[in-house]
Ligand binder design. Structure first.
Ligand SMILES: Cc1cc2nc3c(=O)[nH]c(=O)nc-3n(C[C@H](O)[C@H](O)[C@H](O)COP(=O)(O)O)c2cc1C
Length: 441
């Protein structure tokens, strides 16, 4: 443990940040959704902080309240990451790509090209996509989970086989003899599945890291665990407590072991949303001013989570001692225990929600030390190998994290002082692999 260092990634969604009103912040250009230069700036800021990768979720559909909350997806992750790769030199790119709606040949070709263009910094977050709005854009219903995961196994095997179909020493480039390539080392793969197939080969040479690193993300269903255990070197998770993360990380590691791999071959990465501010109060105010009406809308739900009937005229006052004594966390929702802890610190219901207590991921608010303490506690408890950070507002939130949090992590000896290597694989501590993993039949 002493030598082990935490991995950090940063999510890149929209051009704005994780708060619903981040696009309306006075210091943010509201055109950033269509402004790749902004994403390049954020990537460069994250790279300054030694982040191992950017993570682009992908739900290619119009979802949620776009009337007021902007679009929660970058336009086309692969195209944008290709541009960002030319303006950065160390940070990696874990891009989401659907095993259901993309042909494996296209996936293999695009991701390996990004890997070459970025000198070995690409990763593929392979997801089966269960969102009906996305499915509709491809003219299909959402298939059964069993079918989606069967197809995912086939798709990943085909992609990996295609990546390995240009053998490492195939490219002769011998101008004297006139031999460009040893054609016997660029061979078809001839894989025919029930759902997808490809003949190959894929005419793309190895990158500096051989081939992209495969990730997946989601809840630990048996289907996803089997997939993660067999093929994935990274697992993007959504968990609220140390206990939940520790247990989930263990199941993911066991899945790798059951597939004949080493449990350390898969890095478990939990989410954290951050607001870095000089004080907790200033951070809460920033969040309240940029949350739109989300906090207001969630206030009745907070009472339900704590088993209390909270008078709406008292949303700005701390809970009374009687209320705190009567409150109990719902066993059905791990976020309710966090909300109760924050309420017990004396914060009003509105401020409890401003802490992000019932948001999509755990949230930390305040000066650098608050964030560093959370990261360190989870890391040292063996709950994670690293985190994917989602800043409140990219425009200043990435720099604030890099300037206020990263130095503390480094001073505590739990975060690398520089990039360990030049490729994503090296920076994650993931073993070399080219083509299919021979351990997986
Ligand atoms: C943090 C996180 C990020 C995710 N990102 C995406 C994504 O960008 N695109 C996507 O289709 N699914 C994403 N997923 C996966 C879906 O939630 C879900 O696992 C997938 O659609 C398959 O559903 P199923 O395994 O429940 O059938 C993500 C999951 C988590 C936990």
């Amino acid at each position: 443990m002493a030598d082990k260092k935490m991995i950090l990634g940063m999510t890149l969604t929209s051009g704005y940040g994780n708060l619903a009103g981040s696009w309306r912040a006075p210091h943010v250009d509201p055109s950033n959704y269509a402004n790749v230069e902004a994403n390049i700036r954020y990537a460069q800021a994250a790279e300054r902080g030694g982040f191992a990768f950017l993570f682009t979720p992908d739900f290619p559909a119009v979802r949620g309240d776009v009337e007021t909350q902007a679009i929660l997806n970058i336009m086309d992750p692969m195209m944008q990451l290709a541009a960002i790769s030319q303006a950065t030199s160390r940070i990696g790119f874990v891009a989401t790509g659907s095993t259901t709606f993309q042909e494996p040949f296209n996936t293999a070709r695009q991701f390996k090209t990004l890997d070459i263009m970025s000198h070995g910094r690409a990763g593929w977050n392979a997801v089966t996509t269960s969102d009906p709005a996305v499915a509709a854009n491809y003219g299909q219903p959402v298939a059964d989970r069993t079918v989606r995961y069967q197809r995912a196994h086939e798709a990943i095997q085909i992609v990996e086989a295609l990546w390995g179909s240009w053998e490492a020493d195939a490219w002769l480039k011998d101008q004297t003899s006139g031999r460009f390539l040893d054609a016997s080392k660029l061979r078809p793969i001839n894989l025919q599945g029930e759902h997808v197939a490809s003949r190959g080969p894929l005419a793309i040479p190895p990158s500096e890291q051989g081939q992209p690193v495969i990730f997946t993300s989601g809840g630990p269903s048996p289907h996803l665990l089997e997939l993660a255990g067999r093929y994935c070197s990274g697992f993007i998770a959504e968990v609220w407590t140390i206990e939940e993360a520790r247990a989930q990380r263990e199941t993911v590691r066991q899945a790798a072991q059951q597939a004949g791999r080493d449990p350390d071959d898969i890095k478990y990465i939990a989410g954290l949303m951050t607001t870095v501010a000089p004080t907790v109060r200033e951070g809460l105010d920033r969040r309240l001013s940029l949350s739109g009406d989300i906090v207001e809308a969630r206030l009745p739900h907070l009472g339900a989570l704590l088993g209390l009937d909270i008078d709406p005229t008292r949303y700005d006052e701390p809970l009374t001692p009687d209320q705190l004594a009567a409150a109990h966390a719902s066993p059905m929702d791990p976020r309710s225990g966090i909300a109760l802890d924050v309420a017990r610190q004396g914060w009003s219901p509105r401020d409890v929600l401003a802490h992000g207590t019932i948001d999509y991921h755990p949230t930390t608010v305040g000066p650098g030390q608050v964030h560093a303490d959370h990261l360190q506690e989870w890391f040292e408890a063996g709950a994670v190998d690293g985190f994917w950070i989602s800043p409140d507002v990219y425009e200043d939130g990435v720099d604030a994290f890099v300037d206020e949090v990263v130095p503390i992590l480094r001073a505590r000896g739990i975060y690398p002082t520089d990039y360990p290597g030049t490729t994503l694989r090296e920076n994650l501590g993931v073993k070399p692999q080219y083509g299919l993993d021979p351990r997986i039949s």
